[in-house]
Design a protein around this ligand. Structure first.
Ligand code: ADP
Ligand code: TRP
Length: 328
């Protein structure tokens, strides 16, 4: 099965990104052909600083490799190394109703957060559809907030196939992780743009401070507490094993435990995941040639697939390539 997903390079990755997206991406490499890319074209909608964008792009690559992405099993590349996706995005935009994009909830959310309403932001789902369709992807693992975008990609594939009387574009299937929405320090969805994150690669002291800052209610230490409504427990459940979860659940319900203790336990299980990745990332940071090599090799493989699909697309649309036109 061909699996595809993308991650924007627009800030430090956090526990929500890891549990909602990266973890399953890395697990899927075992049994599938995976294409994962760093969505730097998409990031241009919010990051317009060349040096910063370059750095954030390499950071995402380092993060994935540090958490165990194996470049021999999965292809990790930069979106912009496959410029054909922008060509497909244009072609898809000609078969996509404006109304479909106007219904995109993430566009409305971003406008509400006062991100400039550029055409790039508005057409974001079309580029995302091109990312998915250009590799004839079977499955797209993403977090819940991206569901609508994947459904739109399937709609666009259907519209294209119908308009040109073909079956070239494959309708992708969505795959959601069980950790649908990881709460942030304030109980809202954990997100870079809400400033409520536990970052994956901050030093342990800072991670501890972030965890100690998770919002809890004011139930006194001696009283029983409800694990089901507690943000600390909600994140703990996603990191600890079943026995650990059962034990902490009992402590909550039994009373006599303060939230500080639950937070300390959360810190310890979080460090079990973050500690080794932090160490590995330190080693990779010192080997920039290796990281470049991983990205370039994977881009070559991805571009070969994209090139073949685009040849079919151009043909069926009547966009023949003239003599002397060089297409990489
Ligand atoms: P952010 O909201 O921090 O900007 P992105 O929108 O860049 O995060 O998300 C990157 C990936 O991580 C997406 O697949 C998204 O669904 C997933 N993701 C982000 N935040 C969370 C969260 N709090 N819970 C679950 N998944 C998340
Ligand atoms: N929009 C996705 C996000 O913010 C990133 C992305 C871009 C993506 N293109 C994609 C995800 C294609 C999956 C498939 O998380």
């Amino acid at each position: 099965m061909r699996v595809l997903s993308g991650v924007q390079s627009n800030g430090k990755l956090h526990l929500g990104n890891y549990l909602g997206a990266m973890k399953q991406h890395i697990e899927l490499q075992r049994e599938n052909e995976c294409f994962y890319f760093i969505a730097n074209y998409h990031s241009l909608t919010t990051v317009q600083d060349a040096k910063l964008l370059r750095q954030l792009t390499v950071d995402v690559a380092l993060d994935y490799l540090a958490f165990g992405l194996d470049p021999n099993k999965a292809n990790l590349f930069r979106q912009s190394d496959i410029p054909e996706v922008t060509e497909l995005a244009w072609i898809l935009s000609t078969v996509t109703g404006k109304g479909l994009l106007e219904r995109a909830t993430s566009y409305k959310d971003k406008i509400a957060k006062e991100i400039a309403p550029s055409m790039g932001l508005f057409c974001y789902p079309v580029l995302m559809a091109a990312d998915i369709l250009i590799y004839k992807s079977d499955m797209v693992p993403v977090g819940k907030d991206q569901t609508q975008h994947v459904e739109m990609a399937a709609d666009m594939a259907g519209h294209f196939n119908h308009a040109f009387g073909c079956e070239i574009l494959k309708l992708p299937k969505l795959r959601l992780n069980e950790a649908h929405v990881v709460p942030g320090l304030d109980g809202q969805k954990m997100s870079k743009s809400y400033g409520n994150t536990i970052n994956l690669f901050d030093p342990p002291k800072k991670v501890r401070k972030q965890i100690m800052g998770i919002k809890t209610d004011s139930t006194p230490v001696e009283d029983p507490k409800n694990p089901e409504t507690c943000n600390v427990f909600a994140i703990y459940k996603l990191l600890a094993n079943a026995d650990e979860v059962a034990a902490l659940d009992e402590k909550y319900r039994g009373g006599g435990m303060g939230y500080g203790e639950a937070k300390q336990q959360l810190f310890e299980v979080a460090e079990r995941v973050l500690g080794p990745a932090r160490e590995r990332r330190g080693e990779l940071e010192a080997d920039t040639d290796y990281v470049e090599d991983v990205l370039n090799t994977a881009a070559g493989r991805a571009r070969a697939v994209a090139g073949e699909v685009m040849a079919e697309v151009r043909e069926v649309c009547g966009l023949m390539v003239g003599k002397g036109t060089h297409r990489g």
